[in-house]
Each structure stands twice: as C-alpha cells, then as structure tokens.
Ligand binder design. Structure first.
Ligand code: AMP
Ligand code: GLY
Length: 426
C-alpha cells in the first residue's frame, strides 16, 4: 500500500512511525511532514489548502490511503474532496468534523444521543444583553467557550462575574475570535480529572485505544495558561476497565450511532476529552482527530498493524483485531520554546538528538532542518518519549526525564511533572 500522512506535528511523526512498521506498506509520504518524518517517509511540499494538487499527487503516486492528522483540513473538507476523487481517507467528512469545529453542534448531538456532558446554554454574539443577564444570575465557576475553532484559546474558566463579563466582552464586543465567536456556549464547570480516549471507527463499529492523559497547562502542577499539550502518558490508570466499558457504552456507542443517524457517519479517530469524577464520567469535548501529544504515547503501545486498522476503517470494514494492547506504558515530555504559549524565540540549534536507546523515541514537532542541522521552529519543538514493555509508569517517567536531559537548545522549557498524577493512582 502507498500511504500519505497529512500534517507536520509530533502526532504525525507518531502516525508515520506506526504505519512504517506495517508489512503491507510500500511507499510512505508525509505532507508537509517535519525533519523527524523525513527519516521515515518522503516529505512532500504542497499547500494544505490546495486540494486539487493533493488529489493529483495521490493519483500520480497511486496512494491507497490518506491519513489526515490535524483538524483544520478536515473541517475545510479535504476528506470530502479526496473521497469525491475516489481516494481512500482515514478522517471524517467536514460535516462529521463539526463535532470539533462547533461546540454548539457537539452539545446538541450529545443531548440528542443522551451522552453525559456539562449542562449548557447557547448565545449568539448579538445576544450580549441576554448573556450578561445570564452570568449575573448564575453560580460560579462557569466555562465560556467560543463555538468555532480557536486554536485551543477559545475556552475561559470564569471564577466570578467580572471574569465572565470579560470573556463575554471579548467574544461579543471585541470579537477576538472572529467568526468562531459568532456563537458561544456557557457551560457548567465540571470537577474531576481529565483523560483522553480515542475510538477508531468506520462510521458504525469502533474500537477504543488505551486511555491517555494530556497535560494542558504550561506550568507544573497544572498552573498557568492552556497550551496544545505539554506531555502525556498512557495507559492512564484513572480509566479502569469498568470505566472503559462505561465510556464505550454510554459515550462512543450512542454518539457514533447518532452521527450515522443524522446522515454524517464518522470515519476516523473520534477523540473524547473526558472529565472523570466520583459520580461518573462526562464529555468535556470531542475532537475529530488523534490528539497531540496523546498519539505519541498511545500508538507505540499497540501490537499488530496500525495501517491495517486505519485502512480497514477507511473502507468501512473495521478490522477489530488489527491491533491490540497487551501491556507496556509510555511517557512523553514536550520540549518547548520558553515563552510558549505566548511569544517565544525560535531558530536555535538543537543538540543531543541522536539516541540509540530502543526505549526512547524523540518525536519532532516544531523543528526545521538547515544544512543537516536541526533548529527549533515553533512553540512545541520535540516530544521525548519513553516506551516500556512493562507497565511501570514510574520507570517510564524516569527514563523520559533522563533522555530529555541529553537534549538542549537555547530557551528550552519543559514541565517537570509529566505523569506524576498517574502515580497517585497506584
Ligand atoms: P476544550 O477546548 O473544550 O477541551 O477545553 C479546554 C480545556 O478547558 C479542557 O481540557 C478542560 O481542562 C477545560 N474545560 C473545558 N470545559 C470544561 C468544563 N465544562 N468544566 C471544567 N473544565 C473545562
Ligand atoms: N491534546 C489535546 C488535543 O490534541 O487537542
């Protein structure tokens, strides 16, 4: 099979690495890829918005499967375009991708399917007065979210009226999220601990992968601003086997059925961001794709053939036995540019990237190669990941931190407590 992976982050490096292991793989391409994927696949330079050139490339190179990593091309309809050109895609249609691109759509769908989630109220940007009167009477904390995609910045957790008013002003008056803020959702605040679970689905049947936990905040002990994710580990002991069953029965089964019933079956990876509390589990959000940096720890734990899994889903015949998890654990620590998620400097040479330890994977994310040297090129630069055969998260944590100490670039920053939360559960 010839395969094209779309995207350029750590998640796509992990997808390329997993697909590379398949016996049925012939040629592997990555668009645009990064210096990490370049070692495993042929990186292609084409604009991600140029759908026509992408489908022409697929035809010319007899691509059997396109795997789309990020949400943006999914939301913009790349999978629809490729399918209309008879190219197999792992990734949902733009209509199904609304489960991520519209909070209001996701909430409506969850309510229809009876999927447990926070109570919510919806407002348009024009309904400023109504929204202000609502927040002047509600209990705090509450959560205010722009309806559309806002690069992870559209969510405000408001502890009091002043904070809520500021969030509503930014959305309704200042319109800082542009059209993504044309509507917004006010939600009940959920207490608990978060976990990410991925379901791979052909639109009808599905399997779930080992649960992971992301670390969204920039600072240790979950302090400071939200980021794209500063580290992850899997499997998350928080998600017990009983809870996993509940997540399948009460969340994935009804939502996948509802999407199909509404006429937009979801083919791809459906990511459930969950809040786990004593009284049960609720959905914080759905994403229409693999998570980053969760994919970096989930995929290396799978035995079997990831390409077969993705391909079978793409043709509507999910192979439920293509992969299995039978032990092991992984911890990924993101090395970022200091200052991220706000302003940061980039363009610094990275040293220490060579590793011969089979238990360490260094995923590239925001890196760039110039004259054979690798430089930092974004906020999240690398994902230093330990993968163990045994399920010993403490050891995996130690190994990941030992490995990251060998890597350096100017202004490198990383959290020192990735996976510490997991250890509390033992
Ligand atoms: P989202 O973009 O919806 O995933 O929100 C980003 C982050 O905000 C989540 O990962 C949570 O940490 C937090 N969050 C979002 N909604 C809620 C909620 N209803 N209750 C508590 N925290 C939330
Ligand atoms: N790790 C969070 C996300 O991928 O959205």
């Amino acid at each position: 099979m010839n395969v094209l992976v779309i995207g350029s982050g750590g998640r796509e490096h992990a997808l390329v690495l997993a697909i590379k292991k398949s016996k049925s793989l012939d040629k592997l391409f990555c668009l645009p890829g990064n210096p990490g994927t370049k070692l495993l696949a042929q990186n292609i330079e084409l604009p991600l918005t140029d759908f026509k050139s992408i489908s022409t490339f697929c035809k010319q190179n007899r691509i059997d499967l396109v795997v789309i990593g990020p949400e943006q091309p999914l939301v913009e309809g790349l999978s629809d375009w490729l399918r209309a050109n008879n190219i197999n895609v792992f990734g949902p249609s733009s209509e199904a991708a609304r489960i991520e691109s519209s909070k209001s759509f996701a909430k409506w769908l969850m309510n229809k399917a009876n999927v447990p989630t926070a109570k919510f109220w919806e407002f348009t940007a024009e309904e400023y007065g109504k929204a202000v009167s609502f927040i002047s009477e509600c209990d705090f904390p509450i959560v205010i979210k722009a309806d559309g995609l806002a690069a992870g910045k559209g969510v405000s957790i408001c502890k009091n009226f002043e904070q809520a008013l500021e969030a509503v002003n930014l959305l309704s008056i200042d319109k800082i999220f542009g059209t993504a803020g044309n509507k917004f959702v006010i939600e009940e605040f959920l207490e608990g601990e978060e976990a990410s679970v991925f379901a791979i689905t052909d639109g009808e049947s599905f399997i779930t992968l080992p649960a992971a936990q992301d670390h969204k905040r920039i600072g240790d002990n979950d302090t400071g601003k939200n980021t794209g994710g500063m580290g992850s580990y899997a499997p998350a002991p928080l998600v017990t086997s009983e809870l996993e069953l509940e997540i399948k029965e009460k969340i994935f089964e009804p939502i996948i059925n509802q999407l199909k019933f509404e006429g937009y079956p979801f083919v791809g990876c459906l990511y459930a961001g969950l809040m786990i509390a004593k009284l049960g589990v609720k959905v914080v959000e759905f994403n229409c794709r693999f998570g980053d940096p969760e994919t970096q720890v989930v995929l290396p734990l799978l035995e079997g053939d990831v390409l077969q899994l993705l391909y079978s889903a793409s043709i509507g015949k999910l192979d439920r036995d293509a992969v299995r998890y039978s032990g092991g654990c992984a911890v990924c620590v993101v090395a970022a540019s200091a200052g991220y998620p706000d302003n940061y400097e980039k363009g610094y040479e990275i040293s220490g990237l060579e590793t011969i330890d089979p238990e360490i994977i260094i995923y590239h994310a925001g890196t760039i190669e110039k004259n054979g040297k690798i430089f930092s090129n974004a906020g999240r630069v690398l994902g230093i990941t330990s993968v163990l055969k045994e399920n010993d998260l403490k050891k995996a944590q130690e190994k990941a931190y030992e490995a990251i100490k060998k890597i350096s670039f100017k202004n490198m920053y990383y959290r020192k407590d990735i996976a510490s939360k997991a250890l509390k559960h033992f």
